[in-house]
Design a protein around this ligand. Structure first.
Ligand code: HH2
Length: 294
């Protein structure tokens, strides 16, 4: 746990997000091989069209990813990742929306932040070191005074995580890991209000463990920072519905809503419009609950 910081705020580079309202992070995959939309937006013009659509539909943050993290995905050299990322990042940077970069590589973080990215979203929780010995993700983020960070829990690594998933009750290892990474970042001088936490749905966990994390998600709020959840189109939703990845819209919206109800403040989604509608219904209900207790 950290010192008590304002849990209704996420400081993200140029933007201070008020999390009293749930926020949607729209996914823009610039990869040829992402699990749900690989290859559809890997040309800059197609990616920008897609990003613009997500913005129109109500995305509060755009998350640009240029390396797939799906189980078994091939690693991409950092220069190649940057080549995919920078043309899109430079354009989206002028759109008046926080721009997040989904990367685990310190070299990519360094260049993306220099090009104006507002958020580093790292499924490795800033544990990886740069190949040239220039430091790790914590060092890079600490050098940028106001950028936002999402620290995610992953058991193992993308190449092998689903063959050797976590064992037993996932809550304690996930909470311990996130608490340690949060502490390391704060000790490096990063203000808690810049950090959000993510239990990492589908990253080295069984279907049951993913749903256990949902059922007991509220326990993670004790870590003292807002939660970001990414259920969108994930294979656990396929496991319970029997649907392939392109048929998981309803299940994704349902999971997003349940995550919200369990205390998540930021939802990482492919389908912004549909999730936005569901969140608005949830907010209409919440407004009445608040009135009743006032
Ligand atoms: N999931 C994916 C990628 N990045 N970041 C956070 N914080 N949380 C997540 O759950 C998360 C993430 C995987 O999904 P996607 O981007 O759609 O696919 P791919 O990694 O194949 O590009």
């Amino acid at each position: 746990m950290t010192d008590v910081a304002d849990q209704t705020v996420w400081q993200t580079g140029r933007f201070r997000l008020d999390l009293a309202t749930p926020r949607l992070m729209g996914i823009v995959n610039l990869t040829p091989d992402s699990f749900s939309d690989g290859g559809r937006f890997d040309r800059p013009a197609a990616a920008l069209d897609h990003a613009q659509r997500l913005l129109r539909e109500g995305a509060d943050v755009l998350d640009l990813g240029a390396e797939s993290t799906r189980p078994g995905a091939a690693p991409v050299p950092w220069r190649e990742e940057l080549k995919r990322l920078l043309p899109v990042l430079r354009e989206v940077r002028s759109w008046d929306v926080p721009v997040s970069v989904d990367t685990g590589k310190p070299e990519v973080m360094r260049e993306a932040l220099a090009a104006g990215a507002d958020i580093v979203n790292d499924v490795w929780a800033l544990r990886r070191a740069a190949d040239d010995g220039s430091g790790n993700g914590v060092d890079i983020v600490a050098q940028h005074p106001s950028c936002g960070v999402c620290l995610m829990h992953m058991h193992g690594e993308p190449g092998s995580m689903q063959r050797e998933p976590l064992q037993g009750d996932p809550l304690a290892p996930v909470a311990t890991f996130l608490s340690q990474r949060l502490k390391a970042l704060v000790q490096a001088g990063v203000a808690p209000e810049r950090i959000v936490l993510d239990p990492g749905i589908g990253f080295g966990k069984t279907v049951e463990q993913n749903f256990a994390l949902l059922a007991r998600q509220a326990e993670l709020l004790a870590l003292g920072r807002p939660l970001l959840l990414g259920w969108s189109r994930k294979s656990s939703l396929g496991a319970v519905t029997g649907h392939d990845v392109d048929q998981r819209l309803s299940a994704s919206v349902a999971a997003a809503l349940l995550a919200l109800q369990q205390g998540a403040r930021i939802l990482r989604v492919h389908d912004v419009q549909e999730t936005r509608d569901a969140v608005q219904v949830w907010q209409a209900m919440r407004a009445q609950e608040v009135q009743e207790t006032a």
